[in-house]
Design a binder for this molecule. Structure first.
Ligand code: PLP
Ligand code: SF4
Length: 347
């Protein structure tokens, strides 16, 4: 029999979870995020001596990682797949032929302030340059956000460019990470977009449910649920360990709020380049109501060459993955080639 006392204890613990996952303040979690590599190493019980030789303190695109993500890393393990995604190392300074600042031709695709169009029917909005984390392999790590974002004064112009083109039926909020924008501004933006009659789908590309699950709070869920439009959220997880219980709960809430949930990953050397790792990720995603969408072959961005998995290996991996996963849990291996009219399948 459950006693009143046991019930009370249970309630309290649920409350705590509620407070954490529904963050009273995601802004505070972000303000407390680790920005110093030595502090990160200390959190993980790793000695600096070894890092000294590898030490890299970039002037821009510095280390940034929230504590809830660090908590998912294995203590004392330099090869932890989550740590490797965020710790700046000397390899980033290597200049490697073919690795450039704008690998996917974003700058040629700008059609108006903050609007990128590469593909038919869809536009992508660069809504902010900010992220809750700095992924070392990020293809937009050199993107000149300051000059390419829709500035607040130009929002009407940005909106007009979408209103005036009836061939656009889907707007993708990207960045940076659109969920870094405070609710009042983000809500206003979304409401402006969904009022356009030819826009049928609003899509959000975000890593925040994985890195700052506190952000998926009641305020956000309330207005997002009320948006009268089809909603897709494409999250970005690369490894099963990124999806813990708290992240799972945030995803369940997004699912309840009627978001179709998909995941995109980047194939990363030494992080998720094995059949075991990718299949564990797919299963973990599915148990959080998320279907795998794209597995990206690394975009050749300057500073990320050490993450590249060679093409033959990638193709073989996918072939093996298909043998052990149902079709709906197998991501599409794709690459983005500047100037092409869609992401291209690699087979
Ligand atoms: C990747 C991308 C999209 C989305 O492509 P889908 O195949 O629809 O997921 C849209 N616009 C731009 C500029 C992109 O880079
Ligand atoms: S969250 Fe996305 S945009 Fe931000 S650093 Fe990571 S990969 Fe780049």
């Amino acid at each position: 029999m459950i006693t009143a006392k046991a019930l009370k204890v249970k309630d309290e613990s649920q409350d705590n979870l509620h407070t954490y996952s529904n963050g009273i303040s995601w802004q505070r979690a972000l303000a407390n995020a680790v920005r110093d590599p030595y502090e990160l190493l200390q959190c993980l019980g790793l000695s600096d001596d070894k890092y000294e030789k590898q030490l890299y303190l970039p002037d821009n695109f510095k280390l940034l990682v929230p504590h809830s993500y660090i908590a998912k890393m294995k203590k004392g393990d330099w090869n932890d797949p989550l740590l490797k995604q965020v710790l700046p190392i000397q390899d980033e300074k290597k200049s490697v032929a073919g690795f450039v600042a704008d690998p996917v031709g974003d700058l040629n695709a700008v059609i108006s302030s903050g609007v990128l169009q590469k593909y038919q029917g869809r536009v992508l909005l660069i809504t902010t340059g900010a992220c809750a984390v700095h992924c070392r392999y990020c293809f937009r790590r050199h993107f000149p956000y300051a000059s390419s974002m829709p500035d607040k004064d130009k929002w009407q112009e940005t909106l007009a460019s979408i209103q005036n083109d009836k061939s656009i039926h889907e707007v993708i909020l990207s960045g940076g990470d659109p969920l870094m924008i405070p609710d009042d501004r983000l809500q206003a933006m979304c409401e402006d977009i969904v009022k356009i009659p030819h826009i049928k789908t609003l899509r959000v590309h975000t890593r925040i449910p994985v890195f700052l699950p506190e952000r998926i709070n009641e305020t956000f869920l309330a207005w997002a649920t009320a948006l009268p439009i089809q909603k897709v959220m494409v999250i970005h997880a690369n490894h099963a360990n990124e999806l813990d219980q708290v992240v799972g709960e945030s995803l369940a809430k997004l699912h309840e709020a009627d978001f179709t949930l998909l995941n995109q990953s980047v194939l990363l050397k030494g992080i998720n380049d094995s059949v075991e790792s990718l299949s564990a990720l797919s299963h973990r995603l599915f148990s959080s109501k998320v279907l795998p969408y794209y597995l990206h072959q690394l975009d050749k961005v300057e500073g990320a060459a050490h993450f590249e998995v060679d093409r033959e290996k990638a193709i073989k991996l996918l072939k093996d993955l298909k043998k052990c996963l149902p079709g709906y849990l197998t991501p599409r291996l794709v690459e983005e080639i500047s100037g092409e009219r869609s992401k291209l399948a690699i087979e």
